[in-house]
Design a protein around this ligand. Structure first.
Ligand code: ATP
Ligand code: LTN
Length: 341
């Protein structure tokens, strides 16, 4: 799996990228630094296809009203972060029926044992012990369908999704091995900086929007005072020197966040805060994050108040996506032996 990708390519044939984020709850700083921000940067050099993964989101129970609101807000927020529909294809997963169809097919080429080894399944089934549904288990084959439908070359993801991507590669290889080349086997792109932003309350865990402790994550749409408060409360250690070190998960994480939003290296951050305490540092990280999200929040307000524009964009996205993905689905079905419609 490649950790780094070239930023320029020959104009004739751009490589294709696919990625998606679930609209479950609010989009966090982890999602932004680990995923969204990279999507925005990739748009000029790649043919990008992005989706709001709302089919994946019902693997945990959703309140219908809130869910509906979250899907539209996620779409608007991604636009506000810089997804540009004149450069990239951007749609809502449930609007494109080929995803659910190919997912069923791929389920039949995915082994029970493979799915049982997924750490996200183990984590989520222990978190939602009262609702360990089959969708939670087969989640990775839907994700594989998302990617393989578009013959994507590269998939930008946070480190937590690496195992799912490996599985998508295995499924593609297996299918190609049986029927001949049908799917492009995708490579992952995991950013070096910010691939795993950690919880502000338990820095041994990743920052996750489904964490019940609201102080553990920062949402892109949190008010400035809320962001400052959450950073001030961030769990650190009993030392006082701002530097990267063993057993300093909290500070390492804050340095990582600071570095991701300001572009400064860990060394220069350490030098800047030499002789200053954790309190000053936490305030500075909070302020840097507030500055980073301010323009995004302003653009979000404009988009979310223009429902007609949003609808026009996601309709256009779904139409494009269906056109491309239908070809792959037809090809796979033909190879399996289904009668043409
Ligand atoms: P959930 O809490 O519902 O599992 P999540 O916050 O982990 O959600 P996802 O929708 O699973 O978010 O992930 C969206 C994208 O953001 C993925 O590419 C994922 O790798 C990335 N991502 C999620 N959390 C982090 C994090 N803490 N640091 C870096 N990247 C992250
Ligand atoms: N499972 C991913 C979201 C997701 C995705 C995808 C990412 C759904 N389909 C396809 C990359 C490619 C997640 O929870 N982060």
């Amino acid at each position: 799996m490649s950790e780094e990708i070239k930023t320029t390519q020959t104009p004739e044939k751009k490589k294709r990228i696919f990625s998606a984020i679930q609209p479950s709850g609010t989009i966090t700083l982890g999602n932004y630094i680990g995923a969204l921000r990279n999507w925005v940067k990739l748009q000029d050099d790649y043919e990008c296809i992005f989706a709001v993964a709302d089919l994946h989101a019902i693997t945990v129970r959703q309140d219908p009203k809130i869910f509906k609101k979250n899907i539209l807000e996620a779409y608007a927020l991604f636009l506000a972060c810089g997804i540009d529909t004149s450069k990239s294809m951007f749609f809502i997963q449930s609007h494109v029926h080929t995803h659910a169809e190919l997912a069923w097919i791929l389920n039949c080429y995915t082994q029970f044992g493979e799915l049982s080894r997924m750490t996200q399944f183990k984590d989520k089934s222990s978190k939602h012990a009262d609702n360990v549904n089959a969708g939670l288990f087969t989640y990775p084959s839907l994700m594989a369908a998302d990617i393989l439908l578009y013959q994507a070359d590269l998939v930008p993801i946070g480190a937590d999704q690496k195992q799912h991507l490996e599985l998508a590669r295995n499924i593609a290889d297996r299918f190609n091995g049986i029927y001949g080349k049908t799917f492009t086997v995708p490579d992952g792109y995991i950013p070096k900086v910010g691939a795993r932003i950690r919880s502000l309350q338990d820095p041994t865990k990743k920052m996750s929007k489904s964490d019940e402790n609201v102080n553990s994550w920062v949402a892109i749409l949190d008010k400035p005072e809320t962001i400052m408060k959450k950073f001030k409360r961030a769990v650190t250690d009993s030392e006082s020197r701002v530097c990267v070190g063993e057993g300093k998960d909290g500070i390492n994480n804050l340095i990582g966040i600071m570095s991701a939003v300001t572009g400064k290296t860990a060394e220069s951050i350490t030098a800047e805060f030499e002789g200053k305490g954790y309190g000053d540092f936490k305030t500075a990280v909070g302020e840097a994050v507030v500055e980073e999200v301010r323009p995004i929040q302003e653009r979000f307000e404009q988009y979310i108040n223009d429902k007609a524009y949003l609808e026009e964009q996601y309709r256009k996205g779904a139409e494009f996506a269906l056109n491309i993905s239908r070809r792959t689905l037809d090809k796979a079905m033909k190879k399996i032996g289904y009668l043409p419609k």
